[in-house]
Design a protein around this ligand. Structure first.
Ligand code: FER
Length: 251
């Protein structure tokens, strides 16, 4: 199905738990940079969430997967707008009681920013290796998606590690993003998962975000990478334990 956001189609997969009640908690799941909703770890973690009785809504964000917009024109703020729109949409569904937001990497950063804007709409935040270093890389002009530049004179386009072209506005937008105020504006419960061998997001990013949130459980996945290729069962268990606890707490 598609959810329209300001004229752009957001491709979404709504899946219900097998043993569902009349009212269900819903988890919205956001992928990362160059990613899509069908990545192995997102499909697996969404299945874990459904096994706990939640509905899941996996999305393709602007310029990714089967959604509208081009990769070149995407920015983190366009993704935040997508998330805000989908949160509003989810709140309007009559079967939804309890709303959680989950995001991987750049989608995790997006989830943090959206949660800071809509803390009152969310019952919990699940952050999968959130890429909180992106704004700092953009401000430094160093190795942003593999591209380095003068941060005061951002080029018209940047070319990424995989030879994809990004509009310079991606970097200009990222330069303005501050994660700390978004963290401070969200006082609900947070789960943060991070592999100890993640080569994309530095360990310090996870440590700093977890320390700053008021109620955050940080789970380290030993020797795991950015996409949980080695410890997916452990990632599933961490989500099941934390989300199960949140659901029981809410009754
Ligand atoms: C970067 C490092 C990581 C970057 C983006 C990411 C745009 C995002 C990774 C992901 O979402 O998986 O330098 O630049």
């Amino acid at each position: 199905m598609y959810i329209m956001d300001d004229g752009i189609r957001i491709h979404a997969a709504l899946e219900l738990p097998e043993a569902g009640k009349e009212k269900l908690p819903l988890v919205i799941v956001l992928h990362g940079f160059t990613g899509h909703m069908d990545e192995v770890q997102l499909v697996a973690l969404a299945e874990t969430m459904r096994s706990l009785g939640c509905a899941t809504l996996r999305l393709d964000l602007y310029g990714h997967g089967q959604s509208g917009g081009s990769f070149r024109e995407h920015t983190i703020l366009k993704w935040v707008n997508n998330a805000l729109r989908v949160i509003d949409c989810a709140r309007g569904l009559d079967f939804v009681e309890g709303l959680y937001l989950c995001g991987h990497s750049q989608g995790g950063l997006t989830a943090m920013l959206a949660a800071g804007m809509k803390a009152d709409a969310l019952d919990g935040l699940l952050l999968l290796s959130p890429a909180t270093m992106i704004p700092d890389l953009a401000r430094a002009g160093v190795d942003l998606a593999g591209s380095s530049f003068d941060p005061r004179h951002v080029p018209e386009t940047l070319s990424t590690w995989d030879g994809l072209i990004l509009d310079g506005n991606y970097a200009r937008v990222a330069q303005t993003i501050r994660v700390e105020p978004a963290i401070d504006a969200y006082d609900g419960p947070v789960l943060l998962l991070q592999g100890t061998a993640d080569e994309t997001v530095p360990r310090a990013c996870a440590e700093q975000a977890a320390a700053r949130y008021r109620d955050c459980e940080l789970i380290w996945l030993p020797e795991d990478d950015h996409c949980y290729n080695f410890q997916l069962p452990l990632a599933r268990k961490a989500v099941a334990d934390w989300l199960g606890r949140q659901l029981r707490r809410r009754g």
